[in-house]
Design a protein around this ligand. Structure first.
Ligand SMILES: CC(C)(COP(=O)(O)OP(=O)(O)OC[C@H]1O[C@@H](n2cnc3c(N)ncnc32)[C@H](O)[C@@H]1OP(=O)(O)O)[C@@H](O)C(=O)NCCC(=O)NCCS
Length: 431
């Protein structure tokens, strides 16, 4: 596992000129009032109500160790409430065959009173600069809208699939499993979700470490959860007595229309556990429909049921990545085939610009460095496209057909064979 760089320092705590001479401030870890003000502004930005004291306290625990930057406007009636926020931290993200420390960016909000003055741009560009200065090769986020982050060099790297299953016709052709499923209470559920996620997440590129409050949200026991008692949980215990899966779900029984089981999170550390939990959901008595979101594009679900048309899938962008250091990022993953190619990368913000020689030999050994006239086939692409390709879930051919990756057919094919990930990337929890 590569060494995790230290979090970008707080040395820049001094006021920093943001647009309109607003004050741009790093909130200290022990400044509880400041963190609460950030949480309040964040809740407002994401269209939620005013947080209660219990929610603020849970949020403080949830974001411990993260860096918060808030923007203040001294001219307001309530100048202590930030007009913009961003929170970020280092997490270890899985890659094909490896992992990389990533600067996770979250809670980007700008008050509606201060929108479209360049505040988000100023915050995002600073996040990237600080992450790069701290030696981080990749930044990542999930986006409320797909048109916001491309301008900073972020590209779509994982696709989230939302399944809807008509359980009345689905049937089952999946494996018989020899473990057992048992109910657990919601406190136990939160613990198991976290443990199973952490064990299973290395199987697929793109996933990140969770945190306690996130598991409590899935389990329906987070502060402020009004309907949490409806959340139920089960775990899968294999024949050796090991817990290899956990699932949080909720059943909705409307006055009319189908009875629906929503899978809030299915975490599995083995294929057997995953199949067993799917079976538990799609064969649930009195339920007509099962839904599950944030699943990978190669989820086995449609192949586990007899009637594949009982499963419908909608897909959407989920995790967006931004490569900041091309050699470090491309060295932090394995490749599916040998390749020797020069990537001519165009990056408006400069971090990734250059001609990079990527060489992977038959033993899988990777070398990446500035090209010095190697004469190898060349492929031209932007940092957005390279960031999209990084986890191996986006088709090189599709980007080439769209005119976003340019090179000879031979070079494109070689790149496609090398970059492809045998397991589709998945980010299973939002951050
Ligand atoms: C999205 C948001 C952070 C943008 O903040 P902002 O300060 O108004 O953005 P800026 O003024 O810095 O705009 C920078 C660029 O992004 C564009 N942009 C901003 N919001 C956008 C949106 N919602 N959709 C598309 N483009 C957007 C601007 O037009 C501008 O484009 P340009 O560089 O081509 O001129 C803000 O509207 C907001 O807080 N929204 C609600 C919460 C949210 O969705 N946050 C994002 C979470 S992932």
């Amino acid at each position: 596992m590569p060494q995790t760089p230290a979090r970008p320092s707080h040395d820049r705590q001094s006021a920093h000129a943001a647009p309109d001479a607003l004050e741009y401030r790093v909130i200290a870890d022990d400044d509880h009032a400041g963190i609460d003000a950030v949480s309040r502004a964040g809740a407002r930005g994401f269209l939620m109500g005013e947080p209660t004291d219990a929610e603020l306290s849970a949020q403080r625990a949830a974001v411990e160790g993260r860096r918060h930057i808030a923007v203040f406007d001294a001219s307001l009636l309530h100048p202590e409430v930030p007009v913009a926020t961003v929170g970020s931290w280092i997490t270890e993200m899985s890659t094909p065959g490896g992992s990389v420390p990533m600067w996770a960016i979250s809670a980007v909000t700008v008050a509606p009173t201060h929108r479209r003055r360049g505040i988000a741009r100023s915050m995002l560009e600073r996040e990237l600069r600080d992450a790069s200065d701290a030696g981080l090769a990749v930044a990542g986020l999930t986006a409320s809208e797909a048109t916001i982050y491309g301008r900073y060099g972020f590209g779509i790297a994982t696709t989230a699939v939302r399944f809807t299953v008509d359980t009345r016709r689905a049937g089952w052709v999946g494996p018989e499993t020899d473990g057992r499923i048992e109910f657990i209470d919601r406190e136990e559920l939160a613990v198991h979700l976290g443990e199973v996620h952490e064990e299973g997440r290395w199987e697929r590129p793109g996933d990140v470490r969770g945190w306690s409050e996130r598991w409590r949200e899935f389990a329906g026991i987070a502060a402020g959860e009004e309907d949490g008692k409806h959340v139920r949980g089960v775990r899968y215990v294999d024949a050796e007595g090991q817990v290899r899966g956990a699932m949080a779900y909720r059943v909705f029984e409307p006055d009319s229309g189908p009875v629906r089981l929503d899978v809030r999170l299915l975490a599995a550390a083995s294929r057997e556990a995953e199949a067993a939990l799917w079976r538990f959901a799609v064969q649930y008595d009195l339920v007509d429909q099962v839904t599950a979101d944030h699943r990978p594009v190669d989820d086995p679900l449609p192949w586990l049921v007899l009637d594949t048309r009982a499963v419908t899938a909608e897909s959407r962008d989920f995790e967006w990545l931004r490569i900041l250091d091309v050699p470090a990022a491309l060295s932090a993953r394995a490749y599916a085939a040998p390749v020797s190619v020069v990537l001519e990368v165009d990056d408006r913000l400069g971090y990734g610009s250059g001609a990079w020689l990527l060489q992977v030999d038959a033993s899988g050994s990777v070398s990446v460095g500035a090209d010095e006239g190697s004469g190898e086939p060349r492929v031209a692409l932007g940092i957005v496209e390279l960031s999209s390709l990084f986890l191996g879930g986006v088709s090189v051919r599709a980007l080439a057909d769209a005119g976003r990756v340019r090179g000879s057919d031979v070079a494109i094919a070689a790149l496609a064979n090398a970059f492809h990930s045998w397991r589709a990337p998945q980010l299973s929890i939002g951050y």
